[in-house]
Design a protein around this ligand. Sequence first.
Ligand SMILES: Cc1cc2nc3c(=O)[nH]c(=O)nc-3n(C[C@H](O)[C@H](O)[C@H](O)COP(=O)(O)OP(=O)(O)OC[C@H]3O[C@@H](n4cnc5c(N)ncnc54)[C@H](O)[C@@H]3O)c2cc1C
Length: 424
Amino acid sequence: MSPDVSPDVLIVGGGIGGLSTAYALTRKGLRVRVLEQAPEFGEVGAGIQLAPNCTRILDHYGLLDEAKSLGVLPASMVMRDAVDGAELTRLDLVDLERTYGFPYLVIHRSDLHGLLLRACRRAGVDLRTSQRVVRYADTGTGTGARVELADGRVEEAPVVIAADGLHSVARHQLIGDQPVSSAYVAYRAAVPIEQVDAARAVDLSEVAVYVGPGCHFVHYGLRGGEILNQVAVFESPSALDGADEWGGPEELDAAFAATCDAVRAGVPLMWRDRWWPMYDRDPIDRWVHGRIVLLGDAAHPPLQYLAQGAIMAIEDGWVLAEHVARRTGPDGAVDWAGALAAYEAVRPEHCRRVVLTARAWGRLWHLDGLAREQRNHLLRARATHDHTYTDWVYGPTALTPEDEPAMFPVVPLDSVDLAPAGTS
Ligand SMILES: Cc1cc2nc3c(=O)[nH]c(=O)nc-3n(C[C@H](O)[C@H](O)[C@H](O)COP(=O)(O)OP(=O)(O)OC[C@H]3O[C@@H](n4cnc5c(N)ncnc54)[C@H](O)[C@@H]3O)c2cc1C
């Protein structure tokens, strides 16, 4: 798109949500401009997991083969108890691909972001950096919205999409709620495999998740096994004490002191110069305000326990673009009111389920005492090929509320009676 042409859509934020949505809408014939505050497009962090509900969309975009060439297709996901290292349950990811038709892929964030950036460039998205948006306004006439930039300039388009992340300016302005602190903090590392002690015998064919009291640890291979990606998450004592700054590296080692050898061997490799205090937000069901639209973490930031945050952002863009295409006339005019209503009819409910389930899943991971044993019992009882707990999220992304799959049945922990036979 030529910089002189006025856009059909302005997207604020060039993260995974903003770029994937820009690509989705451009494929449908719209002129899209992305305004990113950073001086360069990029992603900070390490690996990211992409479940079949995301790889299905990447395939639809013609980007899956490139993603596969940059990422790793693990054979299984294994959950273990972080205290004794014992296996609790396992997802066979080869079988998962057979069931859902698309693979479970792990990839470096910068590789996924770079892939989307290249796709946007090829498609002609107008990509602009050093553009910090400070204010949003609906024109009030049902014809468009505008944004004000930090340098005082104003940009306007028929639709403005706020994909500006957890600390979204649009969310602050339109909803006014605050991120919710979990008191947990994430440390990350992406380590060349040569630096990993061979004695650890890390199996790069699996995504390993160790769950423990107040902490968990994840690792998997990236870039064809050249890199080991690690995530270490724990409940910060200083956060619980109400400190403003919390989760610093002085808390990291103590948090994992009582875990098994496999976990403790990974902790010294974590990056200690940067950490991610973990916040989400309470779900909201209004994402469309006139012609201003919330998308991605701006609309539904989750805790990362289901590894669905970036995926939901990618799904948002795909759903919106499909509804735009269904409501584009032969002259190219889009029925925006209809398309935005269809988007808002289906996405907030799905994302509400993910955000709330992620909180519950996190609580389950971090249990101690009897509850930990009850959880372990339930997880061990799950059959490897049982997909009851993934159907609601890994199946095809719903375009309408009627397509949204049913939730899984909840099994209460206290339904597990661990008393020795004859004593209960
Ligand atoms: C430890 C951890 C592990 C995770 N693992 C996974 C996983 O395995 N799978 C998964 O799907 N998700 C995962 N997530 C979640 C995922 O990272 C996020 O949900 C996703 O990156 C959100 O993308 P986004 O584009 O909506 O927001 P962001 O990535 O936050 O992008 C927002 C963009 O907007 C820009 N911006 C912000 N404000 C302005 C402004 N005022 N003007 C202009 N530009 C602005 C920012 O610079 C940024 O580029 C994980 C998260 C964490 C913390």
